[in-house]
Ligand binder design. Structure first.
Ligand code: PAF
Length: 288
């Protein structure tokens, strides 16, 4: 079936109502476009688990602060449509800002306290309310059985999972593994902002994570020591300014006194224009 591109909420609802009425399941992949292989992996996962796959492309103004890159966020709808079609998407929802926010500034927002305030939320205080609000709207428009998010934005995934749980939204949230370039850099639409020198430096985030994971796998359980190891590696790279490095409980994103169970290492650094984020997981067996 050829991909259909739709720009209105009403037509998207009508088409997906018909899908659900015939007993078929909808899988949903929300994106901001300028798609890469990471997005393609979410679309392929949705394709393999649902009867119909819908993806959205919407650069959501609500999740950008005034000093961020909303106006020049990269866009290429023709290339995105081609990638989405090749990755098994049936319906591409591409609304305008007016279609999504017809009254201008919204009076209703969804905020997920606590988990939104740390790490990315400390640097970007309004970001996760913008994400949670638009994702709620997109869920209400598409009514999927399952929705697919990349683990690259690990805190975003945690925020969405908590929102879905707190609000009893009947959608299964599926987290998909990070897709990386050959040298380890996590794929991101914003990698396009990197100069050649910055691009060469950017895999330092992955190297720092690898060193942190290796330390834990070798028995280190002190979060501060893991953070020190990661920090030292990033600080040795002149093109990168570390924002944060952390070793947290993978479910709560809280830094414990002693690491145990499922651990996630989180890292963010400014590398030239873009702020890059990345993460890696490991687990510590607890003996009883
Ligand atoms: O991860 C993204 O691309 C965005 O935050 C999302 C989930 C599409 C909401 O705008």
């Amino acid at each position: 079936m050829a991909i259909a591109t739709i720009s209105t909420i009403n037509e998207t609802r009508e088409r997906l109502d018909a899908v659900r009425a015939s007993g078929r399941s909808v899988g949903f992949v929300p994106t901001m476009g300028f798609l890469h292989d990471g997005h393609a992996s979410l679309m392929r996962a949705a394709r393999s688990q649902n009867d119909v796959v819908v993806a959205s492309i919407f650069v959501n103004p609500l999740q950008f602060a005034a000093n961020e890159d909303l106006s020049d966020y990269p866009r290429d709808l023709d290339r995105d449509t081609d990638l989405a079609e090749r990755s098994g998407v049936d319906l591409l929802f591409v609304p305008s800002v007016e279609e999504m926010y017809p009254h201008g500034p919204v009076l209703t927002t969804v905020t997920v306290d606590d988990i939104s305030s740390r790490f990315e939320g400390a640097t970007r205080p309004t970001h996760f309310a913008g994400v949670a609000t638009v994702v709620s709207k997109l869920f209400n428009i598409s009514g999927p059985a399952r929705a697919y998010f990349g683990e690259k934005d690990f805190q975003q995934l945690a925020v969405i999972r908590r929102m879905v749980s707190d609000l009893s939204i009947p959608i299964e949230v599926v987290g998909c593994p990070i897709v990386r370039e050959a040298d380890g850099l996590a794929m991101s639409s914003r990698n396009t902002y990197l100069s050649p020198e910055q691009r060469a430096a950017a895999p330092v985030l992955r190297r720092a994570l690898d060193a942190g994971v290796a330390a834990i796998d070798n028995g280190e359980v002190r979060p501060a020591e893991v953070v020190r190891i990661m920090t030292t590696i990033v600080e040795a790279e002149s093109h990168a300014q570390l924002d944060y490095a952390a070793a947290v409980d993978a479910a709560t994103l809280v830094e414990p006194d002693t690491l145990s169970g499922e651990v996630r290492l989180l890292i963010a650094a400014q590398v030239g224009r873009p702020r890059l984020i990345d993460n890696a997981g490991t687990s510590i067996e607890t003996t009883t």
